[in-house]
Design a protein around this ligand. Structure first.
Ligand code: F6P
Length: 360
């Protein structure tokens, strides 16, 4: 019978286990075997690490966060960057993976991963390894797919945090700053900011100034609202055009950079009490929401279908009401940012939410 391999690579996110289960159950229906490689791409080579996946071995994982297969971020396979952001993987690693695929009789490999991991999958494809991709990022910032699983769970967590910060901010008449994830795009900040009643939302897509933030806070005070909730995406740029949150010189820097600067600056300029909450990896842990379970399950099942159809080098994407696939090559490194004139931003502005860019 045919044999399918699956692995999860890069940062984890709620719904990975639902993808695995979706793939395993579909394989079972087709009479295919399924194996799961451990620790992302690392499990494919030296030492090869895998487990047999069956409906019974994946029982009960649908609602669990994380990934039963483990994951690796920036391991050996991502080590070398080639020209124009293409990942060049050392030839001996590619040969090693080919050997694993041959020895275990893998007819197709499902790679569940974000941008960086999909670039590796593309390299595999070009080397003749039969791969298909499943997109994964809580940031929801891939152009090819309308939604990625994990995003809904992340905004659920961020919204809950805002609900909690709301009551303590009101009690103490404070400014509370919540820093959320979103390296290149402000989707988490925007959606949780709207859902959680944020007053100011700072995202990478809209240039903002401290003056406008302070003006908004003072305007609220003039209306008798003595507290303010500020949501800031980790990737939001400093007014001077600097970057602190997500990347500096291509290096990932710690969360908490931009949030701290915003909080300190508000406190300094307004002489009001401001407090910072860095939500961090709480957004990536825990149970997937219903929406994410459904999406992730569909991704798992459709990834198996892609292999059955031998559509190698393709990635599953959600294009409501359809589930389609596109070449992985077309999907990687294509970030979808928030449209500053789009409906969500317009609606937020209509409610009086400030993006720190205009007079309140
Ligand atoms: O891309 C997903 C993401 O969650 C970003 O929002 C965040 O910058 C990054 O991953 C954090 O990665 P790590 O867990 O490796 O610090």
């Amino acid at each position: 019978s045919k044999r399918i391999g699956i692995l999860t690579s890069g940062g984890d996110c709620p719904g990975l286990n639902a993808v695995i289960r979706g793939a395993v159950k579909s394989c079972h229906q087709l009479g295919y075997d399924c194996v799961g490689f451990l620790k992302g791409y690392e499990g494919l080579y030296d030492p090869v690490q895998y487990v047999n996946l069956t409906p019974s071995s994946t029982k009960g994982i649908l609602n669990q966060g994380g990934t039963i297969l483990g994951s690796t971020n920036k391991g050996r396979f991502a080590a070398v960057k080639g020209v124009e952001d293409r990942v060049e993987i050392a030839p001996h690693l590619i040969e090693g993976v080919k050997e694993t695929v041959r020895q275990l009789g893998i007819d197709g490999l499902i790679c569940v991963g974000g941008d960086g991991s999909l670039a590796i999958a593309q390299q595999f494809h070009e080397s003749g390894i039969p791969v298909v991709g499943v997109p994964k990022t809580i940031d929801n910032d891939l152009q090819a797919t309308a939604f990625t699983f994990g995003f809904d769970s992340a905004i659920e967590c961020a919204t809950d945090a805002l609900d909690r910060l709301h009551t303590t901010a009101a009690s103490h008449e404070r400014i509370m700053v919540l820093e959320v994830m979103g390296r290149h795009a402000g989707w988490i900040a925007l959606h949780s900011g709207i859902a959680g009643g944020g007053d100011v939302i700072l995202i990478p897509e809209i240039d903002w100034t401290f003056e406008h933030i302070c003006e908004k806070i003072l305007h609220r005070e003039s209306q008798g609202k003595k507290f303010t909730l500020v949501v800031v995406a980790e990737g939001a740029h400093l007014p001077e055009g600097g970057m602190v949150g997500a990347e500096q010189d291509g290096q990932q820097v710690k969360l908490g950079g931009i949030g701290k600067i915003v909080t300190d600056e508000i406190q300094k300029r307004l002489h009001r009490e401001a407090r910072l909450c860095i939500l961090g990896h709480l957004q990536r842990g825990g149970k997937p929401t219903t929406f994410d379970r459904v999406l992730a399950t569909q991704f798992g099942a459709h990834a198996v279908r892609l292999i059955v159809q031998e559509k190698f080098g393709e990635m599953i994407c959600s294009r409501p009401p359809d589930m389609v696939s596109v070449p992985i090559l077309e999907a990687v490194h294509k970030i979808r940012q928030v449209d500053p004139t789009g409906p969500a931003v317009r609606a937020a502005r209509a409610l009086g939410i400030s993006f720190g860019d205009r007079t309140a």
